[in-house]
Design a protein around this ligand. Sequence first.
Ligand SMILES: NC(=O)c1ccc[n+]([C@@H]2O[C@H](COP(=O)([O-])OP(=O)(O)OC[C@H]3O[C@@H](n4cnc5c(N)ncnc54)[C@H](O)[C@@H]3O)[C@@H](O)[C@H]2O)c1
Length: 249
Amino acid sequence: MENIKFNFNDKNVVVTGGASGIGFKITSSFLQAGAKVSIWDYSQEALDVAKKELAQYASQLHLAQVDVTNRQSISAAATSLPWAVDVLINNAGITRDKSFAKLSESDWDAVISTNLTGLFNVAKGLFEKFNGSSAQKRIINISSVVGLYGNFGQANYASAKAGVIGFTKTLGKELGRKGFTVNAIAPGFIRTAMTNAMPKEVLTGMEAKVPVARLGEVEDIANACMFLASEQASYINGTVVSVDGGIVL
Ligand SMILES: NC(=O)c1ccc[n+]([C@@H]2O[C@H](COP(=O)([O-])OP(=O)(O)OC[C@H]3O[C@@H](n4cnc5c(N)ncnc54)[C@H](O)[C@@H]3O)[C@@H](O)[C@H]2O)c1
């Protein structure tokens, strides 16, 4: 699928969890559209692979090993950022799926601290690094369809992703006057390396539930991010954009 053509020359973007999966596609799409991108990811291995795969964009790319649950690592990365920030994509996330009866305290804590507190940590740690003079500052938080509707076996994940929506709406209210828009994206079932490894019949079953008759692609999320980050989206604030093919209809 062709990317929508956006121009992000002179814009600087931070993508958490940008070394693989959806975050990698978001990163490569912004690079392709002319932005400078800093990937913040805790996996050095994934960062090394991403650096190789994005070699053609070396002059626009900055990589930092950052754990979004660790405020010290965020503070160090924010200090070493070579440019002021225009766009933050809070994308890093994990799952620890189990039914409530089996869900342990550590499953709960890990998902809440990465998928919810992690977004607070990064937004807070980067706040002073945003481009003060810009009236087009953007924070885009990756939530999930599960944060809107819940899901069996995902009490921790659904709670964190619902929290992301409350965080988004509140920052949208507070920061609008300071030149920010703050929005969330709620992806449905997106095809990534992880989902591709699932049994074919499971994927076919999922596909059958989606009104547009296909699973989501990483490009679908990257395109929504680029639109929300663009100047054309400057009146969209504090909302949740579902990118799910209508799966919940
Ligand atoms: N894949 C889907 O179907 C789907 C659906 C809805 C929402 N999402 C959300 O989209 C986002 C990306 O998901 P994905 O499928 O690409 O996942 P992924 O596992 O493929 O990639 C996640 C990336 O985040 C990084 N990461 C994880 N924890 C981190 C931490 N503490 N600090 C820094 N980096 C960390 C990982 O190293 C990895 O590079 C997540 O927030 C996820 O919850 C995904």
